[in-house]
Design a protein around this ligand. Structure first.
Ligand SMILES: Cc1ncc(C[n+]2csc(CCOP(=O)(O)OP(=O)(O)O)c2C)c(N)n1
Ligand SMILES: [Mg+2]
Length: 620
């Protein structure tokens, strides 16, 4: 067999098993063929039918789609992505970093320059005077959880098991890069026959250390105001039933990160909702006062900790339930290293009949109720002329079935969705907010739909993200995976425009405007409205094959959602919102402001930021 044929044959034989459920690990292979893989990996894919080959339009988007797929599957299934050498390979870098940051398994198989070197420099080769061992694929090293280059055929016998170990490890998983030089892909070798035997990787539920468990239980028993912060790990471990049981027994409240949202239903009285910079008043008040924070599968990003201002109780302690030692050690917490489900089960046994006080419990359920009233108010608010983003979210949430999925990644939508989306079922809130990568949305929507075709996927995307990467609309049509895209046009970057204004910088450079003939700048908010660029994204989506419905007010949006549901191919609901109308925020996020400036507005913002910075705590 050639190396490429052997790789495909091996991947086809890899299975995972958790809790007695077994499945094939690889669901398929995305690819874009070029001279660096067409005759190697391309030929190997062609002569077999087991690993389904999917075309993509852009290497970045195929990695996004793969990551979204793995996220929906709680990391128990994944995709491989094959590319040519050079730009085809490096196009994957952005999304690969996203997969690693979000701890999602994706196998990248970029082509690489000739191992034999006799024809170097080949087309697209990065030449270097100080080594012949560099190629652009070395750029994948810091963003890969495992990285290897196959210079001799027999190396795959030792590389592929490492690839699988890392991809299927709950603690280690992320992007894995297996660079295969273009000549090596096509080279034949007598591989041992049993290398291709079926292999089952057991996804283990690591139990926590017993003495740490006892310490954790005793901390909980002493706590008056505990708070659970549920992160993505709670979902990937499939610990939601255990979490609900734990919470209903102890009445410890839950707040959620972006990846954790949906850990409890939105209307559970223990649910405080979004926490941190984009948090609800209740979640943020309770985190401020908590004497014990139990991080459940969270990596404590700056959004979760409100840039380290979220936890103000001088005696606050942390218990970090995490399968990854690195995350378990954060904030100087008590490390409960292990699987979230296993840890919760074992903790539940040790805490006896511990419950929080009636007063604390009531204050939490009151926060839950009052926030939901606020959400209703925002959903019901009808803004003049252009819609508000809140009412657009409300229309989609009200229309979507409980089991449908909302998916988003960057812009002003994630923060609004974090606060406002009423999450009614497991995996129905899909936010890529580890990398917050513009362009994830439509590709991610495709991956999510491939993972669960029974659910409607509502991709909510801004015009900026859409312009960056929307080509997977084509793949969704080619493969008949229908997604519904709610595209919100606001002439550029609502999020960064608002951020810029809040930092005294007047929205400079954040709108899609012509260059101002007088100032010679793209001035942002100082420019009259007729200077907006003539972009027609509805036509753009139509040209890619989508069914497009244009709507400009709330009633038409509701009609559009109804119509979209009856359409059997990818549908884009094109709408617009008022870039100056936002949802209130209740948490801080540190973005550095110029210490000196010629603008008074910047000076004021800088002074204000000093007040916030005083609240930053060091947890150790
Ligand atoms: C690839 C990438 N580049 C830049 C950014 C920084 N960024 C975050 S949000 C944003 C603007 C997003 O615009 P749009 O999608 O229209 O959403 P809106 O802010 O208007 O809601 C930018 C440039 C990013 N997150 N990802
Ligand atoms: Mg926008």
């Amino acid at each position: 067999m050639t190396v490429a044929q052997a790789v495909i044959k091996y991947l086809n034989q890899q299975y995972v098993e958790r809790d007695g459920k077994e499945n094939k690990f690889f669901a398929g292979c995305f690819g874009i063929l070029g001279h660096g893989n067409v005759a190697g990996m391309g030929q190997a894919l062609q002569q077999q039918n087991e690993l389904k080959y999917y075309q993509s339009r852009n290497e970045q988007s195929m990695v996004h789609a793969s990551a979204a797929y793995a996220k929906m599957k709680n990391r128990l299934r994944a995709f491989a992505c094959v590319t040519s050498i050079g730009p085809g390979a490096t196009n994957m870098l952005t999304a690969a970093a996203g997969a690693t940051i979000n701890r999602l398994p994706v196998l990248l198989i970029p082509g690489d320059i000739f191992a034999r070197r006799n024809v170097a420099p080949v087309l697209q080769q990065l030449e270097s005077p100080n080594s012949q061992d560099f190629s652009v694929n070395d750029c994948f090293k810091p963003i890969s959880k495992y990285w290897d280059r196959i210079n001799r055929p027999e190396q795959i016998i030792y590389a592929l098991p490492e690839v699988m170990r890392v991809l299927t490890s709950p603690a280690e998983t992320g992007a894995v890069t297996l660079a295969i030089p273009q000549d090596v892909q096509a080279e034949a070798f007598d591989f041992p026959v049993d290398f291709f035997d079926k292999k089952i990787w057991r996804v283990m539920r690591q139990r926590p250390d017993v003495s740490q468990l006892k310490r954790a239980a005793s901390l909980i028993k002493k706590s008056k105001k505990p708070l659970i912060i549920a992160g993505g790990g709670a979902h990937y471990s499939e610990a939601l039933e255990q979490l609900k049981a734990f919470v209903h027994r102890t009445h410890i409240p839950v707040a959620e990160t972006f990846a954790g949202k949906g850990a409890l239903r939105y209307d559970d009285p223990h649910q405080l909702g979004a926490v941190g910079a984009t948090g609800t008043p209740g979640a943020n008040k309770i985190s401020e006062e908590a004497d014990l924070v139990i991080g459940l599968g969270t990596r404590y990003s700056d959004f979760t900790t409100a840039s380290k201002t979220a936890f103000q109780n001088p005696k606050v302690q942390f218990i970090n339930i995490n399968v990854t030692e690195f995350d378990a050690a954060k904030h100087g917490g008590l490390m409960l290293q292990g699987d979230a489900k296993a840890c919760l089960e074992e903790l539940a046994e040790l805490i006896g009949d511990y419950q929080v006080s009636e007063t604390y419990r009531n204050s939490v359920s009151e926060f839950n109720r009052s926030w939901d009233d606020k959400v209703s108010e925002i959903y019901a608010y009808r803004h003049d002329n252009l819609m508000s983003q809140g009412e657009i979210i409300g229309a989609v949430n009200d229309f979507a079935d409980d089991n449908d999925v909302v998916l988003c990644a960057a812009g002003s939508l994630p923060g609004d969705l974090h606060k406002l989306w009423r999450t009614k079922s497991n995996k129905s809130f899909h936010l890529e907010y580890g990398y917050s990568c513009m362009g994830y949305e439509i590709a991610g929507g495709l991956g999510a739909k491939m993972a669960d075709p029974s659910r409607e996927i509502y991709v909510m995307v801004g015009d900026g993200s859409y312009l960056m990467l929307s080509q997977e609309i084509v793949t969704s049509i080619q493969e008949n995976y229908k997604i519904t895209i709610v595209l919100i046009d606001n002439d550029g970057y609502k999020s960064i425009g608002a951020l810029s204004r809040s930092l005294g910088s007047e929205g400079f450079g954040t709108r899609y405007l012509y260059r101002n003939a007088d100032s010679k700048k793209i001035d942002g908010d100082n420019v009259v409205s007729n200077a907006i660029l003539p972009i027609n994204l509805a036509d753009n989506a139509r040209s890619l094959g989508a069914h497009v419905i244009e709507c400009s007010d709330y009633d038409k949006l509701k009609e559009a959602l109804k119509e979209a549901k009856t359409i059997d191919r990818t549908t884009v609901i094109y709408t617009s919102c008022d870039r100056y109308q936002g949802t209130d925020g209740y948490g801080w996020w540190e973005v550095p402001i110029s210490e000196v400036s010629e603008m008074d507005t910047v000076k004021e913002a800088y002074e204000e930021s000093l007040v916030q910075k005083k609240k930053q705590r060091i947890h150790h």
